[in-house]
Design a protein around this ligand. Structure first.
Ligand SMILES: C[S@@+](CC[C@H](N)C(=O)[O-])C[C@H]1O[C@@H](n2cnc3c(N)ncnc32)[C@H](O)[C@@H]1O
Length: 268
């Protein structure tokens, strides 16, 4: 009985979900050019092999997030289910991808993209033991033609200019099937009394010039068709971090074009 359900499930999903051999085909004949913001602002962090070796360490990634790395990864992973086909919008230092791959299991599929070939090579090495993963070069603003059950965008938006934030948010929302979800985890404006507020303001001014454009508004504002999604938002650690989940409404609910519905939960 269970086996028959499994076969039916796969048949239903087939038009939207290419089989793994199809997914193994390269999506872009050409590697997209590195965006100027990445080269100009973040070469030191993401494009130099030496930086990868220095920064991709538990102490560093957890320290940068003030000890919140695991809690944020755990919260993100909880949003995905066994068997999901998930798009990860950019490679990330630490173990997010391997935790996602484990979470979705052997029936799931994790498609990790990154615009920087050096990051793709690094991520492939890190995920070598997982059979349900592909890592490829692509811009999150043009992730490809596939439809996924879900997408995960972990600390990418604060590192891109506002025009790209909009493109990436819209591209990820377009990449999930009706009923599917996009999970954004990123910085948020901390509460007024937060002891780290001045520290983070200085870090953003000094190292993260595009973060201000994220923390000054809601992620929903970057979506052209926000009304087609149900939006849920949690903030953590005194509001310094946010997790926003946009769940695609099924078609009959979306046609009214009414106000987007949102729920805000504080998990501090
Ligand atoms: C996810 S973000 C920041 C993550 C976090 N700071 C960490 O610890 O890794 C860093 C990655 O985003 C990638 N990236 C930047 N712009 C991108 C884009 N438009 N599409 C896909 N990847 C992008 C960079 O190459 C880099 O590997």
């Amino acid at each position: 009985m269970e086996a028959r359900h499994e076969v039916q499930r796969r048949q239903i999903r087939k038009p939207d979900h290419p089989t793994l051999p199809e997914l193994a085909e390269p999506l872009h004949a050409e590697v997209p050019p590195l965006p100027a913001y990445l080269v100009d602002t973040y070469s030191w962090a993401y494009l130099r092999p030496r930086s990868l070796r220095l920064l991709d360490r538990h102490l560093v990634v957890n320290g940068i997030l003030w000890g919140n790395y695991h809690a944020l990864v755990r919260a993100a992973c909880r949003e995905f289910a066994k068997g999901d086909h998930v798009l990860q919008a950019a490679s990330v230092y630490g173990n997010l991808s391997s935790r996602l791959a484990t979470r979705i299991g052997a029936d799931g599929f994790l498609d990790v993209i990154d615009v920087a070939p050096v990051q793709v090579a690094h991520c492939r090495r890190k995920l070598a033991g997982h059979d349900n993963v592909r890592v490829r070069v692509a811009d999150a603003a043009i992730p490809g033609k596939f439809q996924y059950d879900a997408a995960c965008c972990f600390f990418l938006l604060h590192e891109v200019p506002d025009a790209q934030k909009r493109q990436i948010v819209n591209a990820l929302l377009a990449a999930v099937r009706p009923g599917g979800k996009v999970v954004f985890v990123d910085y948020h404006r901390p509460v007024r009394w937060h002891p780290l507020r001045p520290v983070m303001a200085a870090v953003f001014r000094w190292l993260e010039p595009y973060a201000a454009g994220l923390v000054s508004r809601s992620i929903m504002e970057f979506a052209d068709r926000a009304q087609d999604f149900h939006w849920r938002k949690e903030t953590r650690f005194g509001g310094l971090y946010q997790m926003v989940v946009a769940q695609a409404r099924r078609c009959e609910l979306a046609v009214g074009g009414g106000m987007a519905q949102s729920g805000i939960v504080r998990a501090t």
